[in-house]
Each structure stands twice: as C-alpha cells, then as structure tokens.
Design a binder for this molecule. Structure first.
Ligand SMILES: *[C@@H]1O[C@H](CO)[C@@H](O)[C@H](O)[C@H]1NC(C)=O
Ligand SMILES: *[C@@H]1O[C@H](CO)[C@@H](O)[C@H](O)[C@H]1NC(C)=O
Ligand SMILES: [Ca+2]
Ligand SMILES: [Ca+2]
Length: 208
C-alpha cells in the first residue's frame, strides 16, 4: 500500500465516522420528539378523563338538586321558584287572578298556566280560599252549562257526593241564564251568567 492510498482510506473512514455521528444525533432528536409526543398525548388523555369525570359529577349533583326539591327551597317557594304568584295550601298551588274576565276565558287562562279553575271539595279548602278572596267575586270550576241544574266540577269530582257552600237561595238560575259559579259575599257560592266578569282562582298540584 502506498502512502496516497492510505490517505484516501483514512479520509473515507473519517467521512463515514462523521456520517454515523450525525445519524446518531438525528436519531436521538427523533427519539426525544417521539417520547415528548407520547407524553403530551398521555397527559392530554388524563386531563380529558379528569374533566369528563368532573363534569359528570357536576351533572349528577345538578340532577340530585332537581330531584331533591325539599328543604329550604321548598319552604321558600313551595310552588316553584318560577311561580311566586302562586300560593301553597295542602299540597296544591293556587293562583288568585288580578284581572276580571268571563268564566270561559278564566278557564282557558288557568289551562294556559297548566292548571284548572279551583275545585272546592272540602271545608278546609273553602276556608283557605275565602280568607284569601275576602268578599270579592272569584270564579270556581263549577258549572251547569251542560244540563240545567246538573252541577258539574271541572275535574269530574262528583258534585252530589262532595262539599257545597251555596249562599242561601242559590243556585237560583236567575233569568234562566245562570250556569257558572263564583264566590260571593262571605265566600258563599252563587250562580251567575257565564259572561259576567269577575276574578278567578286556578289550582294545580305542587310541581315535582
Ligand atoms: C337534599 O335535601 C336534604 C334536606 O332535605 C339535604 O340535606 C341534602 O343536602 C340535599 N341534597 C342535595 C344534593 O342538594
Ligand atoms: C238570584 O241570584 C242573583 C245572583 O246571581 C241575585 O242577584 C238575585 O237576587 C237572586 N234572586 C233571588 C230571587 O234570590
Ligand atoms: Ca243554571
Ligand atoms: Ca244566582
């Protein structure tokens, strides 16, 4: 081997060595990149599962609060926080209108509010209602429109088998035209023509 040849060989060897070193450092960088990528994916997955666990827990608490409608909320707003104009009595909620209207319009308005004209089927209820209405006139859910003299409660409650509180001499079907009942003086009931305009009482069960 002559000297020149040896030099060439060395040169090639040096080049190869340099190339291998470069390759190794590239490999290291790629490995580090891949590792950090894996690490961030793992961290992301972990935090995602944490967040979803937290949000489902929150959802659960929210549901519980909704179902658990008792305690102070119930004491403050037994008829629901959104219906403060409704008054609570004996597991029912009552609305005493501030406007006068005919019996049929009153009935429709109660229905719009997911309720019905009040059905007074006990002295306790009569007492609650008449204390609240004073001597003002308020429609109740009682009519003999379908058949004269056959009084019917709006919810199908058996009229003949339940409480009544007619004023003495009522119902008198005055002018053969009185088919709707309202509270009158002292909360006693009277029949009057259905297009008469007075206040009205709606009732609905306590919201669940
Ligand atoms: C449900 O109501 C009770 C009181 O009646 C209260 O102790 C409890 O903390 C309530 N639960 C929730 C989730 O609000
Ligand atoms: C019949 O009832 C009406 C009220 O609806 C009353 O004004 C009238 O005086 C009553 N008539 C009799 C004879 O009691
Ligand atoms: Ca009548
Ligand atoms: Ca009458």
């Amino acid at each position: 081997m002559d000297e020149e040849h040896l030099h060439d060989e060395l040169h090639v060897f040096k080049d190869r060595n340099f190339f291998q070193q470069k390759l190794r450092s590239f490999f290291t960088v790629y490995l580090l990149l891949a590792l950090s990528f894996l690490l961030s994916i793992t961290l992301f997955a972990v935090s995602l599962s944490r967040v979803s666990a937290l949000s489902s827990k929150l959802h659960e608490v929210h549901l519980q609060r909704k179902q658990n409608y008792s305690g102070t909320d119930f004491l403050l707003f037994p008829c629901g926080p959104g219906s403060r104009e409704w008054e609570y009595f004996d597991r029912k909620c009552y609305y005493f209108s501030l406007r006068r209207t005919s019996w049929h319009k009153a009935k429709a308005h109660c229905e719009e509010m997911h309720s019905q004209l009040a059905v007074i089927d006990s002295y306790a209820k009569q007492n609650f209602v008449m204390f609240r209405t004073r001597n003002e006139r308020f429609w109740i859910g009682l009519t003999d429109e379908n058949s004269e003299g056959e009084w019917e409660w709006i919810d199908g409650t058996d009229y003949k088998a339940t409480f009544t509180f007619w004023k003495e001499g009522e119902p008198n079907n005055s002018g053969s035209n009185e088919d709707c009942a309202h509270l009158w003086n002292l909360g006693q009931w009277n029949d009057v023509y259905c297009t008469y305009e007075c206040f009205y009482i709606c009732e609905k069960p306590v919201p669940t």
